[in-house]
Design a protein around this ligand. Sequence first.
Ligand code: NAI
Length: 795
Amino acid sequence: MNKIAEIFQSLDYGPAPESPEPALAWLAGKGNTFGHFINGKWTKPGKTFASDNPATGKTLAHITDGSTADVDKAVKAARAAFPAWSALSGYERGKYLYAIARLVQKHSRLFSVLESMDNGKPIRESRDIDIPLVARHFYHHAGWAQHLEREFPGMAPYGVCGQIIPWNFPLLMLAWKIAPALAAGNTVVLKPAEFTSLTALLFAEIVEKAKLPPGVVNIVTGLGDTGAAIVNHPDVDKIAFTGSTEVGKIIRAATAGTGKGLSLELGGKSPYIVFDDADVDSAIEGLVDAIWFNQGQVCCAGSRLLIQESIEERFIAKLKKRMASLRVGDPLDKAVDIGALVAPVQVARVRDLVKKGAAEGGQVYEPDIDLPKGGGCFLRPTLITNVSPSHTVATEEIFGPVLVAMSFRTPEEAVALANNTKYGLASTIWSENINLALDIAPKIKAGVVWINGTNNFDAAVGFGGYKESGFGREGGKEGMAAYLKPKWEKELKPAAMAVPAKAGTSGRELDAHDGIDQTAKMYIGGKQARPDSGYSRTIHGPGGAMVGEVGEGNRKDIRNAVEAARGALGWGTTAAHNRAQILYFLGENLEYRSDEFAKRIRAQTGESLASAQKEVAASVERLFAFAGWADKYDGAVHNPPSRTIAIAMIEPIGVLGIIAPPSRPLLGAIALLAPAIAMGNPVVLVPSETAPLSVTDLYQVIETSDVPAGVINIVTGASATLAKTLAEHDGVDAIWCAGDAATSTMIEKASIGNLKQTWTSRGLYYDLADKAKFEGDYFLRRATQVKNVWVPYGA
Ligand code: NAI
């Protein structure tokens, strides 16, 4: 039989190798040794570490381990470049981004080959997915640069952005970080991951070729310490990080109180839900992509298969058959499905987790397929069944080619299992019943939901997580917003914080409730509740006389309030029109009692009645303003270049803790409360410590305004103490604090447990009465997160 006839008999794949030569020649041209790229120049290599090819174990290059001094040099260069770069017109900045996009395309094969050699990912993926998406990102953001002023009026770049990226999509993560930062007018210091610095260094050459002004893009290589030096550098204005949740938490703690902007894109344990009416063959192909794309080293990998029980057996049998046809091998072979993991340490980590899975009772299946001979970081695709939700492999991010499977009976159970994770990055839903799929999508707590598809990415569509998967978005308009801040916010001055009045002995000051002996209680779950402590705190007017008493809240009161707020999470799915009506009603009922509220403000603060009346009127107006926003601040439909649409839904964050400012006792609280509840977040509100009576007086207004129980909960007491309990509570999803610098820092540090989103005023004077600043999207954006639901459209 001749050779061709033989091939037809066996239908075996032949080798289809991509040549490593051009990439090796490029490395050799650099002496296989690299310094940093700082201020448009290459530094001399310093102390180096090896960068190995994980498929062969051979060293590709020696990379400089950046020191604190190197980082400092890069930050100084970025700082020096910032004024001129940010002063360029958007059109001019856009042209640089366009030039980068074109140059990436021109050198795309070199990038792909180098990426596959450095990272181990199959060339098919680097060539067809990673690098084209890199170019797409720069094209897309070239356009944003030009339209920035129109689309983001009053916004300014942060300044110098420190960007730290992981090894799983080295160049793509670089593009996700650098493109929007430059479009917005920031300059950057980027550190690639230690395993995979090479394409970032090749990218530095593109920066040179595109003639970017020196210092606009600086690449500093190194290990974790180099990353930490960037995070801790005092002249860095924003940190953008993608990587492990563990390091994300370290960075959150390190930046607490510094005022640095922060976006975190962290891990995931994303559910892949298959209903019994799904197109099974498509769902299996999708699953191959969801968990074996990039050897499973994908933050949004569909690593938890949730399969409807009625089709479980058939589906798993088909899946095993498909797994047996996957080809593991040389990443540069174009017919290989699964390449090498990034490094031996990662192989060991994955193996350990699989062992643990087996020890906990999981059944481990690996198809009997060949692995390349001669070592290399190769693993077979792995499936673990007989897993229960509490098993380590069902909860921990494995970050390797390992799928765990569990079954469910009803859609409700599927949702419960899907959300039973500390993460919330992505989710996939397969069903031929579009009603079912669109019913499930909003119930999944994740930043991205793919319906009848998986792993769709595009520069025009935001990507990022809920819960411990981090905060901030990359891509889309919301991704651009993450690199901008209001111009006025850069000029804030320290606030002269209100000093608590000393207890006096003179007679009572004017009190709206004079003659009635009352101690305001807490307001929890729609009811007035006595403080757990059994203590009351006396509230004094400016002259020192007592104006009233409130309960002294403690941990237990906060816990009860958070529980009540969690019970009211359905507020987020209440029709926006209904939320609007309730806010209007709150405003109307407050207005009826303007005089009483004005007198109470005067009694607590000593300001004139006219000024107190103005505060009440402004509070009513603010409630109306956000009633107006409730049904208008909404999402978008994106048109990515694939036969899909991405519906960007605006969703509430969840339970929001609010520490109201000490001054302006009514308006300060309403200015934060109104946007939070307008967007569907139940709130635990801690009123001004010194003047809480304006908020405790609201109970009756709340009760007469049809606010559902648990949507507004109020706990009085010492702001900093209650703030700490709120920040540490895992049932709280976000926390806002208009308070002093120390409390703000404490909140940001204490909130790392479940990575709450925080807004703190850090002792700066935010004039919450300012309508131009605070009646619009400033707090709306912080009260919401974007979920992108990808739906096939227009076949
Ligand atoms: P990592 O989070 O340690 O590394 C990511 C980047 O952060 C690298 O550039 C690293 O040098 C830098 N870094 C490390 N420590 C730092 C610090 N203290 N301050 C500032 N920067 C620091 O991730 P690693 O160790 O490479 O992988 C460990 C696990 O993390 C993986 O097995 C996987 O589970 C998860 N991971 C998740 C990623 C994601 O995209 N969600 C990406 C990479 C890893």
